[in-house]
Each structure stands twice: as structure tokens, then as C-alpha cells.
Design a protein around this ligand. Structure first.
Ligand code: ZN
Length: 209
């Protein structure tokens, strides 16, 4: 048996090293020692996440370009975007909170979405562009820090509390933001990181050994 042609993988649960090169398409590889899920050999391992990430790019641009809500308190109207809400915290003397909100709901998700788009397009066209490897490394590290869903929860709590004090109109940015969270979750769950690394490691990309 030629070990160079085998695809070896370490189980994240028990660290057992095993050969996963013979997993049929659309089947899930399980660890022979602990039964933990290793990966799914999906036929559309690149196309499906790429389509979802392109949708995320569009939704991210819309969510950050349009107001998330418009408040009317006793005739005084004010509307804000995602970045605008962080600026409000900054103006009220809470730069720490402003930074946390902006990093976890705008900067990190934005970086992950655009970087994944770059990586998936690179792999889809069977190229390894200059920054593909380093971006994939950074995305793997930063994914747990994107907390758009927590920010959405905070917005919903604020909406409930403010509903008795002000007239609230949800903006296009809010609708796009909710759609973005759903689309982003679907994209991340469809990405098999080892398939991306495996594709980059092969000299002839996209061709299974
Ligand atoms: Zn295991």
C-alpha cells in the first residue's frame, strides 16, 4: 500500500490517525476508535459553500450600508447602521463596548466572509493564489470570534425594552443582517476545513488520489 496516495486524518476527539481516502461520495467518515464525526465526503464540498458565501458578501454589504432601525422618540428621529451603533457607544464614553461590538459584529465576520470568498474562488478555479493559505489559517483561528448572532440577540432585547418608549421601524439593514446570520451559519456548517487544506496541498487541485 502506497501511503503517499492515502488521505490521513487525525480525529479531533481522540487523536487517532486513520486513512479516509476510501470514503464514498456523500458519505460521512466516522472515527474507528471513538465514533466521532471526521468529515463528509460531499460532491459539492466547494460549490455549495462558495454559493452561500457569495450570498453572504452581498448581504454583508447591504446590512452595513442601510440603517438597521429608525427610532422616533417624541418627534425626534434617529437611525443607525451596524457601525453607527458602535459609534453611539463610543460617543457615550464606552470605547471598550464600542470596540467589542464593532470587532465581533462587523470586522471579524466581514474579514471571515471576504477571506472565505477569496479562498473558495481560488480553490474552485484550481489555483493557489498568493494569500490563500495564510487567509485560510487566519479564518480557521478567527471563526469562533464572530458573534453576529449574539449582537442580534442584543438588538432584539433593546427593541423589546424600547418598544414602550419609542416608535421603532426596522430598516433594510436589519432584514439583511438576519438573513446574513442564517446564510453565514449555513455556509460555515457546509465547509469541511480539511477538504480546503487537502485541495491546497495537491499539486493538481480538485483531483482526488
Ligand atoms: Zn476518535
Amino acid at each position: 500500500m502506497d501511503i503517499k496516495n492515502n488521505l490521513l486524518m487525525i480525529c479531533h476527539e481522540c487523536d487517532a490517525l486513520q486513512d479516509v481516502s476510501q470514503i464514498p461520495e456523500e458519505n460521512i467518515a466516522l472515527c474507528v476508535c471513538c465514533g466521532g464525526r471526521l468529515f463528509k465526503n460531499s460532491k459539492s464540498a466547494i460549490e455549495k459553500p462558495l454559493a452561500l458565501i457569495i450570498a453572504c458578501v452581498i448581504l454583508f454589504i447591504v446590512a452595513n450600508s442601510y440603517p438597521i432601525m429608525k427610532l422616533n422618540i417624541m418627534g425626534i428621529e434617529r437611525e443607525t447602521t451596524l457601525t453607527g451603533s458602535a459609534i453611539i457607544f463610543f460617543e457615550q464614553g464606552r470605547p471598550d463596548l464600542a470596540m467589542v461590538v464593532w470587532f465581533t459584529s462587523v470586522l471579524l465576520p466581514g474579514f471571515s466572509i471576504f477571506a472565505l470568498c477569496y479562498i473558495l474562488i481560488s480553490i474552485y478555479f484550481k489555483k493557489c493564489w498568493r494569500f490563500t493559505r495564510s487567509l485560510l489559517l487566519w479564518v480557521s483561528r478567527l471563526l469562533p470570534w464572530g458573534m453576529m448572532d449574539v449582537f442580534l440577540l442584543a438588538i432584539l432585547v433593546a427593541l423589546v425594552k424600547l418598544s414602550s418608549l419609542a416608535d421603532i421601524v426596522l430598516g433594510l439593514g436589519f432584514i439583511a443582517f438576519v438573513a446574513l446570520i442564517l446564510c453565514y451559519a449555513a455556509a460555515i456548517s457546509s465547509i469541511e476545513m480539511h477538504v480546503l487544506w487537502d485541495s491546497l496541498d495537491k499539486k493538481s487541485l480538485g483531483i482526488r488520489p
